[in-house]
Design a binder for this molecule. Structure first.
Ligand code: KIV
Ligand code: ZN
Length: 391
């Protein structure tokens, strides 16, 4: 079976930047956009041009520097938004306007105070207007996750007729279960005329911790674009994490799906975004967290020292991490102590290791983590200095 490409649409600079307190200036956004482009992202959502003069400027400047990726600007289904986005994108090599409107009953009744018929008319008009500026128009059906499938299919069919090239099916509130979200994509594939001529996109939020699972389920069921952010940042509990979906496709060739992301850049990219936004990455974050390749229990350490693959499914080098780390704590065993002692210059015999290990445990019970400097102290306290082979 032929492998198919899933396009990576990065929205770190738009949905990601909606995190309170994490606003970036244009200079910071330019640095991130150039790095995303270099890493192989297919589409960069650079901002929401009508939202502020600063965002307009960012989209304009990003459009000038991005070499390979499509540059995308967000709009509501409002004529003025689209005019402003088109203006901001006019120097982009590959511009895309991303327009849309709420389609769930909750949005139609409570937010927009209108009818389904009116939503269809506004969606069609927005897509047609965007199409008068650019060839590539993406339509989002906001809150598609909670939209009735038959109505969603009707909206999709109409916007395809108006010229949409990409259909974004956002689970805006992070409500769907993976099976349910996958079934929604399958339903659209089977019930929307013209769907095979457009790309279906997954845009999932993480309110129930299922953004990545939902996006993968969408791709398994026919979506060929995933919208995501570095470190999974975004509104509330965040968006699908780019590094997670990319590594899932890499680690599961059985899915027959791939991306063009240079995975070796993932770790550095994560740091750049975290530092620019002043937003720490949780240590246990998949792929890019500080502990993603750290082993601290004795049983695991022994296994990893013998063969990395016993407790690691990803080679750290594949995501730009130098090596796995063996963290010394009171839960560590002799194998880990010998390994770390060797790294700081001590080749311990089995008898020496037994003596040093007793001292190590006393020390480790007093500290959360035993560091390289502590190893020297522990060895000195073990009083075997004279017989030691020091490399
Ligand atoms: O979550 C969402 O529905 C969005 C749209 C604006 C695409 O971010
Ligand atoms: Zn979103």
């Amino acid at each position: 079976m032929n492998r198919e490409k899933v396009q990576i649409f990065d929205t770190t600079l738009r949905d990601g930047e909606q995190v309170p307190g994490c606003k970036l200036d244009t200079k910071q956004k330019l640095v991130i956009a150039e790095r995303l482009d270099n890493m192989g992202v297919d589409i960069i959502e650079a901002g929401f041009p009508i939202s502020s003069p600063g965002d307009f400027l960012s989209v304009t400047e990003i459009s000038k520097v991005v070499k390979n990726a499509t540059v995308c600007g967000l709009t509501r289904a409002v004529k003025k938004d689209i005019d402003v986005a088109a203006e901001a994108l006019k120097l982009a090599k590959k511009p895309r306007i991303h327009t849309g409107i709420g389609t769930s009953d909750s949005h139609i009744i409570h937010k927009l105070n209108t009818t389904r018929e009116d939503i269809i008319e506004r969606a069609k008009a927005a897509v047609a207007h965007a199409k008068s500026y650019v060839e590539d128009v993406e339509f989002y059906a906001e809150d598609a996750g909670r939209t009735d499938n038959a109505f969603l299919a009707q909206v999709c069919e109409e916007v395809i007729k108006s010229g949409a090239t990409v259909l974004n099916i956002p689970d805006t509130t992070g409500y769907c279960l993976p099976e349910e979200y996958g079934a929604k994509i399958k339903y659209l594939k089977e019930n929307v005329k013209g769907i095979d001529n457009v790309t279906i996109s997954c845009h999932c939020h993480n309110d129930l911790g299922m953004a990545t699972a939902n996006s993968i389920s969408g791709a398994i069921n026919g979506a060929r674009q995933i919208e995501c952010t570095i470190n999974g940042i975004g509104e509330r509990a965040g968006n699908t994490a780019l590094e997670e979906v990319v590594m899932i496709f890499k680690q599961h060739p059985d899915l027959n799906l791939y991306t063009d992301i240079d995975t070796k850049q993932l770790n550095e990219m994560s740091r750049l975004v975290s530092e620019s936004m002043g937003m720490m990455v949780q240590p246990n974050k998949a792929i890019v967290g500080a502990n993603a390749f750290a082993h601290s229990s004795g049983i695991h350490q022994d296994g990893v020292i013998k063969n990395r693959a016993t407790y690691e499914i990803i080679d750290p080098a594949d995501v730009g991490v130098n090596e796995s780390s063996i963290v010394l704590t009171a839960r560590s065993g002799r194998a880990a102590l010998a390994y770390r002692a060797k790294k700081v210059g001590y080749e311990l015999t089995k008898t020496q290791l037994d003596v040093v290990y007793v001292e190590f445990l006393k020390f480790a019970d007093m500290k959360k983590e035993v560091l390289d400097d502590d190893i020297h102290l522990i060895i000195a306290a073990s009083k075997i200095e004279g017989d030691l082979i020091k490399r």
